[in-house]
Design a binder for this molecule. Structure first.
Ligand code: HEM
Ligand code: HEM
Length: 180
């Protein structure tokens, strides 16, 4: 743990950039699911959205790994004295699980793509080849695991927002202002 009582500029920038990308990623993921693959115009839109979704997933993975690296080297501020132990433990568990899901979710997406017979497209500019063979059963399972991952992520973000509300509105202890 660092002694500083607020996050550094790089940590703040990474926090908000990742938050923005995660929201866009969920919106685009759900949007893709509403498109009819048998309709030519919607299938063409799905191809573009998949490239954006694949590429943004890669960006999130790289930024989260970078963020973990910064966290391991400069540390993070401890919660203010007086924060109840349960709130401190819940916040740490929430952060750890957020990091975990933000790493597992792009990997699951990559494997889903592979099982569907597609590479990992980095915004349509570069393709990372699949590491698993095309397999309809695996594609179904992995697609479902990716959906569960998204639901877990949304739940963790909801808990995170409740935490921000608790610190910002109920306790007014300055925790929210140190990340903005
Ligand atoms: C943090 C990163 C990611 C998040 C938050 C995310 C989120 C989502 C969401 C919310 C959906 C819609 C699920 C539904 O139908 O309800 C989805 C679908 C999908 N995503 Fe991702 N995704 C991420 C990364 C990736 C990556 C990197 C890839 C591919 C390389 C990918 C491939 C897919 C595929 C193929 C689907 C359709 C799955 C199916 O229903 O069969 N995702 N994603
Ligand atoms: C998709 C959206 C978001 C994600 C994935 C996310 C993720 C994270 C993670 C992983 C941390 C832990 C940082 C660390 O200690 O290494 C964190 C910290 C924090 N986040 Fe978010 N965040 C999101 C949105 C928000 C929003 C909208 C707020 C609203 C104010 C917020 C407020 C905070 C605060 C106050 C902290 C610092 C907590 C502390 O000092 O212990 N976050 N966020």
């Amino acid at each position: 743990m660092a002694d500083a009582d607020e996050y550094g500029t790089v940590q703040k920038l990474l926090h908000w950039l990742i938050a923005l990308l995660v929201v866009a990623q969920v919106v685009v993921g759900v949007w893709i699911g509403t498109l009819d693959p048998h309709d030519q115009a919607q299938a063409a839109l799905a191809t573009i959205l998949y490239q954006a979704h694949d590429g943004t997933g890669a960006s999130i993975l790289v930024l989260v790994l970078l963020r973990l690296l910064v966290r391991l080297t400069v540390g993070v501020p401890a919660l203010p004295r007086g924060t109840p132990r349960w709130a401190d433990s819940l916040a740490h568990l929430n952060h750890r699980l957020l990091y975990l899901v933000l790493i597992v979710q792009p990997v699951l997406g990559y494997l889903t793509n592979g099982a569907n017979g597609y590479p990992w497209s980095i915004y349509g500019l570069y393709n990372i080849p699949a590491i698993i063979a095309k397999n309809a059963v695996w594609a179904d399972w992995l697609g479902q695991a990716h959906q569960v991952g998204a639901a877990v992520l949304i739940s963790l973000v909801a808990l995170h927002l409740l935490g921000a509300f608790y610190h910002g509105v109920i306790r007014r202890d300055g925790v929210v202002s140190r990340i903005v």
